[in-house]
Design a protein around this ligand. Structure first.
Ligand SMILES: [Zn+2]
Length: 182
């Protein structure tokens, strides 16, 4: 395998045969479909990923290439309660097996636990990563505790109660002044 790793043009069988392994980072801004989910926020942050290739025996006594891919990212979604931005950490870890044709991939994907894809000499790993990250993105997102304005209102209510219990120091001072004949 060559030293340079091109995530968008990965030679699957060469990578698998060399038992290639690569850990990298990509700016979220390059994942346009993922950024649509986050209203364009967080494009400057990074998704980190790790990919390993290997050849494993196939059913016919030969070998076929596999990739083990994992990735994590933090996406900014809209809180369904307060409509403010809420950061969600998403990620996945999956095995992919590569077969010779689209027809084979379709049939075997149905029957297999792992995902079955078509082998390529110029495979777009980043597109696969984006697909998987999109699937890992929650449909509904919410803060555990919304930062505003729900919390502030609750705090204000507590403050008012306290004021009623304790005598207002300024009111006490006013009363003292009135008593003072001067
Ligand atoms: Zn919220």
């Amino acid at each position: 395998m060559k030293n340079e790793f091109d995530a968008q043009h990965l030679h699957i069988s060469a990578f698998a045969k060399s038992q290639g392994t690569y850990a990298g980072e990509e700016r979220l801004s390059r994942f346009t479909r993922l950024l649509e989910q986050s209203q364009g926020l967080g494009g400057e942050t990074f998704a980190s990923y790790c990919v390993q290739g290997e050849m494993r025996p196939d059913a016919a006594g030969g070998e076929e290439p596999w990739l083990h891919l994992s990735a994590q990212a933090t996406v900014t979604l809209v809180c369904q309660r307060c409509l403010g931005p809420v950061d969600e950490t998403i990620g996945f870890e999956r095995d992919f097996r590569f077969v010779a044709s689209e027809a084979l991939a379709e049939v075997e994907d149905e029957e297999s636990e792992e995902d079955v894809l078509v082998i390529s000499k110029s495979f777009d790993l980043l597109e696969l990563m984006e697909d998987e990250l999109l699937m890992a993105t929650p449909l509904v997102s919410m803060h555990e505790i919304c930062p505003t304005p729900v919390k502030l209102q609750a705090a204000d209510a507590g403050f008012v109660e306290l004021e009623q219990e304790k005598p207002n120091p300024f009111a006490v001072l006013q009363q003292l002044k009135k008593k003072d004949p001067g």
